[in-house]
Design a protein around this ligand. Structure first.
Ligand SMILES: [Zn+2]
Length: 398
């Protein structure tokens, strides 16, 4: 009984913490950065090669020149001008503990544009990254700061809008700062494919020649008798769309239940820029760099330390430990909690039936005599078996 009370108290405490957390954001008093609806060309946390998208991309109806406003009192703390990344961008530090970022701007407003012009001449530089103190451009909420554009790494006119915790510098979901009804999305995420991975107990790099199951457009699927051996994991390829736009955005949250018990979960609510590169382990890296779409890994590799995962459940399964069928219920959520459910049924396997293991991937590392580092420099998300070969001399023919 005592244990039960402790568990209940913990659950209530967790619920209260999560609730008060998001309420705190919504009460922060931010107004909108443009007089436009939140129709997104890119969502918070969606995967990109080498990083997570750290803000929202608000569409500007295909045109530039929409006025952009300070969402709260504060001051301009940084201005960047670059042909890459956020292009022309403004950072505003607010007294309530948050910093907002406005990217891909066309021109800055009034005195700000004149100031930047003068800096170009004074510093004789086309690229600028200026840190400003609070006296240079103090702002009131809704002051115009710039006009939207398409500068830097942008394919179409939009505003990249970002909210950061000023102290931790972690990126937060800007939608968490606005009333729920500001973001219209009633369509659940679309899942196209399930991909399976099979591996031995201590070695992951292998997969099947026929690893995919293609899914038709509906909200629930049931797979029966997928023959699988040893240890396995899976990923899902899909996206989320809003009612009002064709853009394929990211999937915010995935939960996997094995025989009704939660065994894997991620929820993208906050991004630590120091770990954003781990996005390469969040999705199937090979599929991403080959432009095959984003396969959301329903497993967490050992050295992937992103704080988005449910602790203690890594999404690796063994059908050696069961006598019958494992039923997996997988729920994929968008920001508005619309969900898609997939059910997989995997029986205990005794042999690999019509699936074969691909050739295992081999990577050559070079370690020179006086060098302390291995080339190429890589992030290792799991243990790797290394075989050492001594090379006495090497000749290169070009
Ligand atoms: Zn963006």
């Amino acid at each position: 009984m005592k244990n039960r009370i402790i568990i209940l108290c913990t659950v209530y405490l967790l619920m209260f913490t999560a609730y008060s957390f998001s309420q705190e954001y919504r009460n922060s008093g931010f107004s909108k950065p443009m007089n436009l609806a939140f129709n997104l060309a890119g969502s918070f946390g969606e995967p990109r090669p080498d990083h997570f998208h750290s803000g929202i991309d608000i569409k500007t109806n295909g045109v530039e020149g929409e006025p952009v406003f300070a969402v709260y009192d504060g001051y301009i703390s940084r201005i960047r001008v670059s042909p890459y990344g956020y292009g022309r961008a403004i950072y505003i530090t607010h007294p309530n503990g948050f910093t907002t970022v406005y990217g891909h701007l066309s021109t800055f407003y009034g005195a700000i544009e004149k100031y930047i012009d003068a800096q170009h001449y004074a510093l004789k530089k086309s690229e600028l990254d200026l840190t400003l103190n609070a006296n240079v451009f103090p702002l009131k909420q809704n002051d115009t700061i710039a006009f939207s554009g398409n500068t830097g790494g942008s394919d179409a006119p939009h505003l990249h809008f970002e909210v950061r915790n000023t102290k931790t510098e972690h990126a937060l979901n800007p939608l968490d700062f606005y009333p729920k009804n500001f973001y219209i999305d009633t369509i659940p995420p679309r899942i196209n494919k399930v991909k399976f991975y099979q591996f031995s107990k201590d070695y992951f790099y292998s997969s099947f020649i026929k690893p995919y199951y293609n899914l038709s457009a509906k909200e629930s699927w049931s797979f029966e008798h997928i023959d699988i051996n040893d240890y396995y994991a899976f990923s899902l390829e899909g996206y989320d769309k809003q009612d009002s736009s064709e853009n394929k955005n990211g999937i915010k949250k995935i939960e996997v239940y094995q025989n009704k018990n939660l065994v894997f979960k991620y929820d993208l609510t906050e991004i630590d820029f120091d770990k954003t590169r781990m996005c390469n382990a969040f999705v199937d890296y090979d599929e991403m760099i080959n432009d095959n779409g984003y396969f959301y890994n329903c497993y967490q590799l050992k050295n992937n330390s992103l704080a988005i995962y449910q602790p203690g459940s890594n999404g690796f399964f063994s059908n050696k430990e069961t006598d019958s069928i494992n039923v997996y219920d997988i729920y994929c959520y968008d920001y508005n909690d619309n969900k898609t459910k997939i059910t997989l049924e995997i029986p205990k396997g005794t042999s690999i039936v019509d699936w074969e293991i691909r050739n295992q991937k081999k990577i050559l590392f070079l370690l020179t005599k006086d060098s302390k580092q291995i080339n190429p420099i890589v992030f290792l998300y799991q243990d790797l078996k290394l075989y050492f070969l001594k090379i006495h001399f090497m000749m290169m023919f070009i």
